[in-house]
Design a protein around this ligand. Structure first.
Ligand code: CP
Length: 340
């Protein structure tokens, strides 16, 4: 009898310790990411960025195993709502959600009632009524995703809003740099091309600064915003000077869909002065990484030979895109309600 009582007591103790550990673990993940949404890099503290990158690093390893599936989001619903075209971001969010066992729906915006004049908010409210847990949104207007996040009950991830923010792109870029260089702090990163229209540049400048990198922006003056130094980077209008001794050279395409009027005389001339080729890359450190968020316009901002160069980590950026989006979905899942 005494033996049974002692056995029960030790079992209860073990269960209690188990529950305490579980609660502690949940608290830790909440500490890593205390937000309900991911809208802008501006909202993240350095420790939160590092926490997400660590989580993504582990996801990247899982993604290289034969069995990639985990139960983290079982029973949860993720909706991709993309009002702008996307190859990488949309497919990697879909894959990330599926690898975490969520039900993932890709909203076909072109064939939806948006084409009949339904507003962004009405579309979002309609989807909200279907009780999704996480909404991934890309929109051509800066600020649209934040506005939508105020109207719905679920978590919202900004998958790119106009020329404002693309937070998961900056996270995957930082992860790629960290995995190749072992750190981000102290590195010189040159972001080159159409800075004026680039949400990737804005998110990257904020994130790289938060992690202690030295950030440069390199562009013709027509493709720089007014007062470019306010972005938090050193400004260059010559590729040779901007790339000199850089550890990372990140190329951006001309974002014609956001241009009104002509910003460069011709793509041929643009390539001559600002396109990355071997001659220009020689100004960077011999082990400099070549990066591009995609989609690439070969022969405009980057030579084909540079995209396929042994120093190019462009395909690894795509791979890290899935890992980072898994980490973001997992971090947000800790804030989803456990019961109705
Ligand atoms: N880098 C990026 O956002 O690519 P997509 O437009 O293909 O999603």
């Amino acid at each position: 009898m005494v033996q049974v009582r002692n056995l029960l007591l030790s079992y209860t103790k073990i269960r209690l310790i188990d529950l305490l550990l579980m609660a502690q673990l949940k608290k830790c993940s909440e500490l890593i990411y205390p937000h309900r949404h991911l809208l802008s890099i501006e909202d993240l503290a350095q420790v939160e960025i590092t926490g997400l990158l660590d989580l993504a690093d582990r996801a990247a390893e899982t993604n290289r195993e034969i069995s990639k599936k985990r139960d983290t989001l079982r029973g949860r619903t993720v909706i991709n709502l993309f009002f702008e075209p996307s190859t990488r971001t949309q497919s990697s969010f879909e894959l990330a959600g599926k690898r975490l066992s969520a039900d993932v729906m890709n909203m076909a915006v072109k064939s939806s009632s948006v084409s009949k004049g339904e507003t962004l908010i009405d579309t979002a409210m309609t989807l909200n009524a279907m009780r999704p847990d996480i909404l991934i949104v890309r929109h051509h207007a800066a600020g649209a995703v934040e506005l939508l996040a105020q109207k719905v009950d679920c978590s919202v991830v900004n998958a790119g809003d106009g020329s404002h923010q693309h937070p998961t792109q900056a996270l995957l870029d930082a992860l790629t740099i960290r995995r190749n260089k072992g750190r981000v702090e102290g590195l010189t990163v040159a972001i080159c091309g159409d800075i004026l229209h680039s949400r990737v540049a804005r998110s990257n400048i904020m994130l790289l600064n938060a992690l202690g990198a030295r950030v440069r922006i390199v562009a013709p003056s027509t493709l720089l915003p007014p007062c470019p130094e306010r972005l938090g980077a050193e400004v260059f209008t010559s590729m040779d000077e901007g790339i000199k001794d850089a550890d990372v050279v990140m190329m951006l395409r001309l974002q014609r869909e956001r241009m009104s009027g002509s910003f460069v005389p011709s793509t041929r001339e643009y390539f001559h002065y600002f396109g990355l080729d071997q001659e220009k890359l020689d100004f960077a450190k011999p082990d400099a990484l070549v990066m591009h968020p995609g989609p690439m316009n070969r022969g405009v901002e980057i030579a084909s030979s540079m995209a396929e160069n042994s120093r190019s980590v462009i395909q690894e950026q795509v791979e890290m895109g899935v890992a980072v989006r898994m980490a973001v979905l997992e971090a947000l899942s800790h804030h989803l309600p456990d019961e109705v």
